[in-house]
Design a protein around this ligand. Sequence first.
Ligand SMILES: [Zn+2]
Length: 420
Amino acid sequence: MFMSMVAKSSEVPTLEAPMLVTHILGDCPSCKDKDCFGNVSVQNDHVLRGCLRCKHKTTFWLPEIRKKVLYLDQFFFSGAFRGGDTRFVEAADRVKQAAHLQLLVAPYSSIHEDETHQWRGYKDFNNVDLLAFIKEVSRGSEFHPDYAVETTQVTKAWSAFLKGEPAEYVLESDDAIEGALDEWDDYYRIDVGGYYKDVELTRSLKGQAVDGLINLFDQWRVSTQTFEQDVALEMLAGAKNYLDTYIIMVNRIAQGDVNALLDSPIVTQVIEQMLHWLPKDQPLDQRLKRCAEFFKSEHFQQVPNLWISARMYATLKAMVKRGAYANPEEARKRLSGVFEDIKHISLYAPYCNAFFMDQPMADLVRQPGIDLQGRYGVRVFSLNNLAQFFEWIDELEYGMSDDHKSGIEAAYPERSKPIR
Ligand SMILES: [Zn+2]
């Protein structure tokens, strides 16, 4: 639709300003002026070309593409950014090149932003900012924020539950990823930013939470609960958290606390949005009862981020029972980012073709209770199988058609490196 507008406008005389030609290709075929004709922009599936001097315009159609989605966790970015670990530096270069070739996107997420701000001194490295580096590798592509993906998944499952549709969750890339995966990159990207969380507070809460988890390990070692019971308890805790936080907020409002809407946890949104699906004239307790029925249903059990995170915690517990993480100091080191890692993986992995995570998490998601790759088809990479990661990128590059290569050269003439 957009392209036909462009094509038509070239036939109609208009008063528009000369075009901003980004990459000069040569002389204008229309006015014959020297070195004034070239690429103006890349728009979804075509390159718009124009002249600096006259109104001549052409459209170069690009072939169809479907980009793979790659998640690089914080561990990868900080490893590549510090520059000390050449494995990450090389991997980041390969990712950037493959992204330039329109073969993949490596979007960043709100969790990357949170973690980057947790890292003391993240701005002190050669005046380059870690977040700027992450955005450079991701070329501005973004995942939806963690709470938005969570809310979307729960409310989609809720809607299927209310309509009597099958319990199996239907994954759609726009649950989690901004922008279409079949569009060619334009020359400019918009940097949306703004960070407002209390960094020191989050950092200290995180430390306390990891300590709290490791303190549980002694109880876990003597626990007689089965894996299935542990999963069920995790799911129950998730549901209880949704209901409890919402009820606390409602009670605060009832008592006249005007701040309740402003400072309640974002997770209250889940119930808030679910309630919109029920008749407004129904009493609140009736509607909450209906929510509680959903929380006991198979639809709720199938919500991907809850399915994965419940099993990751239950699997961690099973590994601890089998003797893993016996040394608390070692455990604290290996699991320092465990909450964020589980959040990253459980929310975003189902939307990814490949996920680069740290070694303890890669061990965890390969366990038969989760089998992340088997269930969601996502390739799991870590430093333990870096060679396979490079092979995966090689395969993408070797698989490019001649049309695709011509498209790259047409769309990005100055930046194009020789294609192998
Ligand atoms: Zn011209």
